[in-house]
Write a protein that binds this ligand. Structure first.
Ligand SMILES: NCc1[nH]cc(CCC(=O)O)c1CC(=O)O
Length: 309
């Protein structure tokens, strides 16, 4: 057994720390190791420092992982824990998502003040969300609502709701569950009408490719079905977008040797959408995810992507 603790890199938010603690707990249980065998290392990323502009404008998802990935590559970290939803489809050379924990619920949750659900909001109400996918899906349901930018951690968002800055907001059920905050939820959005982002609800572990010691450590905590579902969803995303400027939903469910996937792209105003559903053998999840992405791209045509970018 190693003598120095295994260093687990993570962002410093409460949600990120909860995720890192969950990975540590699973590693401790899988290897009968004490807590001291692991060190959780919180890292402030560029994305955490820049709070006032939309993600897509400041350089996209990579800003939330850059400093952590530098730590993996330099050897100052052994593994990194992330929300899969936040991970770019292209990772730095030498790194990969090497383990996925069993997935949490993938649905979005509505937290309403003026009303308990999107449907019941008074005309013209304000919903806070900086997610293009959530904005588009909200406007598809209720074109009369206004969606306003809303960033920050869960606690600061709750304060803005209490202050009446917005009438409601949407957060991932998975994150609220991990924070023990599900009591704030006033409605759960059905996946059929409000499909989740690719990766939503899945915690992943990133590590150096070809590090047998780390691979052996992670192998027992890896959840096969979640890994295959994520391979499909990430391939779908990669085939459609790298910019974070296209609202994209995608959700794969793997059951034994079979899987099912539903994907959607939608204009930010919610008016035009193109969707796809596919079934297939679980082993083909990644290939079929890429195929689904190409098929949706074809259906939409280039004008779809040019209509607002
Ligand atoms: N971009 C922030 C982010 N990344 C992952 C989650 C939720 C947890 C998850 O999907 O696993 C959240 C917050 C949210 O969307 O409410």
């Amino acid at each position: 057994m190693q003598t120095t603790p295994l260093r687990i890199g993570t962002r410093g938010s409460q949600l990120a720390l909860a995720q890192a603690h969950e990975v540590r707990a699973r590693l401790m249980a899988a290897h009968s190791l004490p807590e001291e065998a692991f060190e959780i290392v919180p890292i402030v990323t560029s994305g955490d420092r820049i709070q006032d502009r939309p993600l897509a404008d400041i350089g996209g998802k990579g800003l939330f992982t850059q400093e952590i990935e530098e730590g993996l590559l330099s050897g100052s970290l052994d593994v990194a824990v992330h929300s899969s939803k936040d991970m770019p489809t292209v990772l730095p050379e030498g790194l990969d998502l090497t383990a996925f924990l069993p997935r949490e619920d993938t649905r979005d949750a509505f937290i309403g003040r003026a009303a308990p659900s999107i449907e019941a909001l008074p005309p013209g109400s304000k919903v806070g969300s900086s997610s293009l996918r959530r904005q588009a899906l909200i406007l598809r349901m209720r074109p009369d609502l206004s969606v306003v930018p809303f960033r920050g951690n869960v606690q600061s968002r709750m304060r803005k709701l209490d202050e009446g800055q917005v009438d409601g907001t949407i957060l991932a059920n998975a994150g609220l569950r991990r924070l023990g905050m599900t009591e704030v939820i006033t409605d759960l959005m059905p996946s059929e009408t409000f499909p989740p982002a690719p990766g939503q609800g899945a915690i992943c572990v990133e590590s150096r490719i070809g590090d047998p010691r780390i691979d052996a450590l992670l192998q027992p905590i890896h959840h096969r079905e979640t890994g295959l579902a994520l391979a499909c969803e990430r391939a779908f995303l990669a085939a459609l977008d790298g910019s974070c400027r296209t609202p994209i939903a995608g959700h794969a469910v793997v059951e034994g040797e079979k899987f099912h996937f539903k994907g959607l792209i939608i204009t930010p105003d919610g008016r035009i959408s193109h969707d796809i559903a596919i079934d297939g053998p679980a082993a083909d999840a990644a290939v079929l995810g890429a195929k689904a992405g190409a098929a949706v791209r074809e259906k939409a045509g280039t004008t779809f992507f040019e209509s607002w970018n």
